[in-house]
Design a protein around this ligand. Structure first.
Ligand code: HAM
Length: 417
């Protein structure tokens, strides 16, 4: 039998309910904040990610799904959403109407070692705001993220925040890091040796060397921020305090993508016995320009949907299904089927979600079927009902039964659902 690829999964049953629940809460929030949807292709030219995400990042060096298409073009399955959105706003000149507030959701691909909460095909939802360089917008975005986690019912989330400064601050920090790591090169892994010459900041992101003493004693970016970056960071923190959003400053947080400037943040939650990073983001004031667009400041975040589902399960959050059936119609015998079909059609025309029993099963089995679909009401049509032009309606939660005139069914459901 052909089996699914490593690090992928099939979504069905309860997982579909959870996914829909998360997406519904997220899109409602996006409407409230006047953030508009954008959808970009799942594959793009490889150059986009090499330039956008960064040549020296783990994502580009080890994790992209790159291939040649039949026209010999190098294409890459998108590992994240930001680079594609940036390409789109440049190509479609969307930057002529700033500020631009966009959200997206969809599958991403990274060739990572599969483990709990880490897939090769996973789903991200994210927000990107263009044309607003104020620290208030950084704080606002963090507050949207926190509000989203609260709304879906997660309680134990921690916001971690840091600043990696503007280009000037990072240039002097890079020099300090180079001086610091030079004597330890023989202790560091092969990748870190490459990072040392290409982009020493990436050493701090290494998963192999993270526990080594020279990593812990490395200089901290926060001490190298220039006045502009320091002021920006202080203001972000002041706004977070004003909005009463709890956070932890984490000076080791650098994030795994090259495009960030100034504020970076991540949201963590306890899932089972370990900590899971549910989402992250930050400011990227130079990316649009570096992708041949105009100079447009930007800030954004994305979160992983599977990790949120795991966190919901771990905190035992009850997911409210949005696809419970309004009505399940049961004809008592075959004789009432025609009548039931007409009733079901008229209910659907009135925007109720309805299904009916088409079989010869016994009545208890038919009621069981209504439970399986989470039906709110069961409508029973038997010989008596047809003779008297009435219907029997059973509230499937309270189990109360009433008989009503057939013509009153839609009004009855309107009032009771
Ligand atoms: P990222 O931190 O690489 O950032 O990914 C964001 C989130 O996607 C992670 O926090 C995690 O929840 C989820 N994620 C990443 N890789 C996997 C995986 N292999 N399996 C399951 N979930 C995963 C970005 O992608 C940036 N584009 C975020 C951003 C938007 N920054 C600015 N704007």
């Amino acid at each position: 039998m052909v089996q699914k690829q490593k690090g992928t999964y099939d979504m069905y049953g309860e997982m579909v309910e959870k996914y829909n629940y998360i997406k519904r809460i997220f899109t409602d929030l996006m409407n409230e904040y006047n953030i508009k949807n954008i959808d970009t292709p799942i594959f793009e030219s490889s150059e986009l990610y090499h330039r956008g995400v960064g040549e020296t990042t783990d994502i580009v060096t080890k994790e992209t799904y790159d291939f040649k298409d039949r026209g010999d073009r190098s294409v890459t399955l998108r590992p994240e959403g930001t680079a594609g959105v940036v390409r789109s706003i440049i190509e479609n000149k969307l930057y002529t109407n700033l500020p631009l507030k966009l959200w997206y959701e969809g599958p991403m691909f990274r060739y990572e070692r599969p483990q709990s909460g880490r897939y090769r095909q996973f789903r991200q939802a994210g927000v990107e705001i263009f044309g607003d360089k104020t620290p208030l917008m950084d704080a606002n975005l963090i507050s949207i993220m926190v509000k989203f986690y609260e709304r879906i019912g997660l309680r134990d989330v921690i916001v971690k925040i840091n600043s990696i400064g503007n280009k000037e601050s990072r240039d002097s920090y890079r020099e300090a890091l180079t001086n610091h790591f030079k004597p330890y090169l023989s202790e560091l892994c092969e990748d870190c040796n490459t990072r040392f010459s290409k982009n020493p900041l990436r050493i701090l992101d290494c998963k192999v060397d993270s526990d080594k003493e020279c990593m812990k004693s490395a200089p901290k970016i926060i001490d190298y921020l220039d006045d502009v970056s320091k002021k920006h960071f202080d203001e972000v923190l002041r706004y977070l305090d004003l909005m009463e959003i709890k956070y932890k400053i984490d000076n080791n947080l650098v994030r795994g993508l090259d495009y960030y400037t100034d504020t970076v943040f991540e949201v963590e939650a306890k899932v089972g016995d370990s900590l899971s990073i549910l989402g992250g983001g930050g400011r990227y004031n130079n990316l649009v320009e570096s992708m041949d667009g105009p100079s447009v400041p930007a800030v954004g975040f994305a979160f992983g949907i599977e990790r949120i589902i795991n966190a919901l399960d771990s905190e035992d959050v009850r997911v409210i299904s949005d696809n419970a059936l309004d009505c399940y119609v049961i004809p008592v015998t075959e004789k009432e089927i025609d009548n039931a079909v007409l009733l079901v059609n008229s209910l659907r025309d009135n925007a109720f979600s309805v299904d009916m029993d088409y079989t010869n099963k016994k009545m208890p089995a038919k009621f069981k079927e209504a439970d399986r679909y989470n039906a709110k009401f069961i409508v029973i049509i038997g010989e008596d009902e047809i003779k008297n032009n009435k219907l029997t309606i059973k509230d499937n939660l309270t189990k109360e039964e009433v008989k009503i005139e057939r013509d009153n069914l839609i009004d009855y459901l309107d009032v009771n659902i």
